[in-house]
Design a protein around this ligand. Sequence first.
Ligand code: ASN
Ligand code: ZN
Length: 321
Amino acid sequence: PALRARARRSLVLSSAQRTERRLFPASPTSPTEDFVPNRTINDAEHGESLPGKTVRKEGDAATGDKVVNQAYDWLGVTFDFYEAAYRRNSIDGAGLKMVSTVHYGEEYDNAFWNGEQMVYGDGDGRLFTDFTGPLDVTGHELTHGVTQYTANLEYYGQSGALNESVSDVFGSLIKQWHLKQTADAADWLIGQGLLAKGVHGVALRSMKEPGTAYDDPQLGKDPQPAHMDHYVKTHSDNGGVHINSGIPNHAFYLAAKAIGGNAWEKAGRVWYETLTKGDLESDADFAGFAAATVAAAKRLYGEGSETTAVQEAWTGVGVSQ
Ligand code: ASN
Ligand code: ZN
């Protein structure tokens, strides 16, 4: 009993000492404390009501459904990436619960973030396979959530194409981080493995060579430009958000390749800083975003080669900063 009493006392004392020795008020999480994800996977059972029936919660064992387990695992990798690369705690930076619904709709050929959660279709099997398959698709959708809680880029025209591009950038970086690939080794594709067998193409988009991801009788040709000279003026697709995103996508690729090494470390850091800590307007256009990345690069790396790489990347796609 004496020992137990002393142990208790010393515990109390040590926490008191810790409190007294702090120079600044304690932050809610210490810099070394691990963040913990809180995932919930729901099954829409081919209907369209959300969120559907809960089939796996955080810490639950794998179910018999590989789609459920894939969604759960890729959410985990995405959560770990944001923590490891940028010390971000989930989508909102404050541990937001990650909710996903799988088996959405009948032969549904897409995945999306609806402002609160991720939703995945199974694909029709002719054009697309199941959307939980590629890690970068989960990374893309979840990053729409990150953007919503940060720069909140309006989903129309150039700011919308930037919103799309930011999702592709971090979607690709999550995959590169998971595979431990440098900028040189990465494929820079979005949704590799998503096109069904027989479809003529390699992925949904290419950041390395926008416009070359697919060319197929049923799917058509990849419509993405890689340069402002080929900017597409359209009212469809929210003013071409999935089309003109090729331009900022390619700028990121050029910057990351010029800087070299792991793309999430420096180029990714510059884009993350721009998205989360810049004074980016929610209706930013390409030139405004470009200027914000250059300013972020200067804050992080001064007038060094990294900043030059970012400037030259935007010049390379015809965007002035
Ligand atoms: N997969 C698409 C996206 O996240 C869905 C959409 O267009 N909202 O951009
Ligand atoms: Zn998107």
